[in-house]
Ligand binder design. Structure first.
Ligand code: GTP
Ligand code: MG
Length: 171
């Protein structure tokens, strides 16, 4: 039969931001994990949206593994950058990592779409997606389409809005 279009998506962001929990929520029921542990290195996962089959590179966000991210920049068609909207102290660290990514030779001049998840919106006093985008200076991203949505990876709220946007960009 007709095969769905495929895309590689790189999932990055600081440790504990919720990357693996998000991917787990998007995966088919029978492949979901029941306990999620901090990622070592990275994992490769597959999930589908209406129009696209995604292969997700779920990277570890721990400091010692962040140097792995750049090895996957070349082969990715899109990026999911997860922000912990409840972690106000480390949003500057997230911004630094984003700037490093945007400045990389394999990313800089490519118009690849970036989807931001302002995750953990369920936590009291979490920053709104607008506040996250201001603090991350997303308006300064000039040559790439980007989108931000507030999410709760535990319930899945907001995730489909984001992945539908990304799938549309990659069609
Ligand atoms: P690394 O693999 O270390 O880079 O972390 P990660 O970004 O993959 O985070 P992970 O998915 O392991 O989640 C870290 C913790 O945050 C876990 O205890 C999750 O249950 C919790 N968590 C993830 N998303 C949410 C959310 O939307 N709301 C709340 N309250 N907790 C969340
Ligand atoms: Mg993880």
């Amino acid at each position: 039969g007709l095969k769905k279009k495929e895309a590689n998506v790189l999932v990055v962001g600081l440790d504990n931001s919720g990357k693996t929990t998000i991917i787990n929520h998007l995966k088919p029921e029978e492949t979901k994990s029941h306990d999620i542990v901090p990622t070592i290195g990275f994992n490769v996962e597959k999930f589908q949206t209406k129009s696209l089959q995604f292969t997700a590179f779920d990277m570890s966000g721990q400091g010692r593994y962040r140097n792995l991210w750049e090895h996957y920049y070349k082969s990715c068609n899109g990026i999911i950058f997860v922000i912990d909207s409840s972690d106000k102290l480390r949003i500057v660290v997230a911004k630094d990592e984003l700037d490093t990514l945007l400045d990389h030779v394999d990313i800089r001049s490519r118009p690849i779409p970036i989807l931001f998840f302002a995750n953990k919106m369920d936590i009291r006093d979490a920053l709104s997606s607008v506040k996250c985008s201001t603090m991350m200076r997303l308006e300064q991203i000039m040559n790439k389409p980007w989108h931000i949505c507030a999410t709760n990876a535990l319930t899945g709220e907001g995730l489909t809005e984001g992945t539908d946007w990304l799938a549309d960009q990659l069609k």
